[in-house]
Design a protein around this ligand. Structure first.
Ligand SMILES: CC(C)(COP(=O)(O)OP(=O)(O)OC[C@H]1O[C@@H](n2cnc3c(N)ncnc32)[C@H](O)[C@@H]1OP(=O)(O)O)[C@@H](O)C(=O)NCCC(=O)NCCS
Length: 191
């Protein structure tokens, strides 16, 4: 994954909307603010403080700059503001270096396929630009929308695990796995 990320190609949803990704930038703090509501953070331990949110924004910028993460804002062609965010970052799972991904689509824009389109574009980016074999996601077991998103996005359910989110708060999560190496190999040997 290089530090420089080009604008991603759009993915068409239905017959009208095109969903595209743009690399996280210095002006994207409001995207985090819009996703920091009680409704949006039910499965994430509740809204973060203003200080923690600012730290998160700075961390996204730093990791994108260093190439340790690929974080994006999600855009729908007809709307001025980003509808949410998606991205992946380096982590270790079961003693192996992998990428973990995450997502957020603001409440007024949910249920229209935007997360599915954004995740598909994010997976394509990890296939094309990443150098790790697996992409994993850990939605809380009761997060119906995120679990449905993983299933629809081609991830396979690997099992239920104990986790902490935020740190210090024990939760049960589904471990979803997508084989990036297999996708790369399919790209090289189509059909
Ligand atoms: C998860 C989230 C990104 C989904 O965004 P979205 O744009 O509404 O999702 P989509 O419309 O693309 O739908 C994706 C899949 O989830 C399903 N889905 C969406 N909302 C759902 C819900 N509330 N319950 C069950 N399934 C749901 C859709 O039917 C679709 O599955 P399908 O293709 O099999 O029909 C959004 O709910 C969100 O931001 N939640 C809060 C943040 C969060 O929990 N982040 C993840 C932490 S792991």
């Amino acid at each position: 994954m290089g530090a420089e990320q080009e604008k991603e190609e759009g993915t068409t949803v239905g017959i009208r909307a095109t969903v595209g990704l743009e690399p996280w930038g210095p002006r994207d703090f409001p995207v985090l603010e819009r996703s920091n509501t009680p409704a949006m953070t039910v499965y994430l331990g509740g809204p973060e403080s203003a200080e923690k949110l600012a730290t998160r924004h700075a961390k996204y910028l730093r990791l994108v700059e260093s190439g340790e993460a690929a974080m994006f804002t999600v855009h729908v062609d007809s709307m001025a503001d980003a509808v949410g965010s998606v991205g992946y970052w380096q982590t270790v799972w079961r003693d192996a270096p992998v990428y973990e991904c995450g997502w957020s689509i603001a409440t007024p824009h949910q249920g229209r396929g935007y997360a599915s389109a954004a995740l598909a574009a994010c997976v394509d980016h990890a296939v094309d630009h990443g150098d790790r074999d697996l992409l994993v996601a850990f939605p809380r077991t009761d997060n119906a929308a995120s679990n449905a998103l993983c299933r629809a996005g081609g991830f396979e359910l690997s099992g239920v695990e104990d986790a902490e989110y935020p740190p210090g708060n024990p939760i049960r999560v589904h471990a979803w796995v997508l084989d990036l190496a297999e996708r790369r190999s399919n790209h090289r040997h189509p059909g």
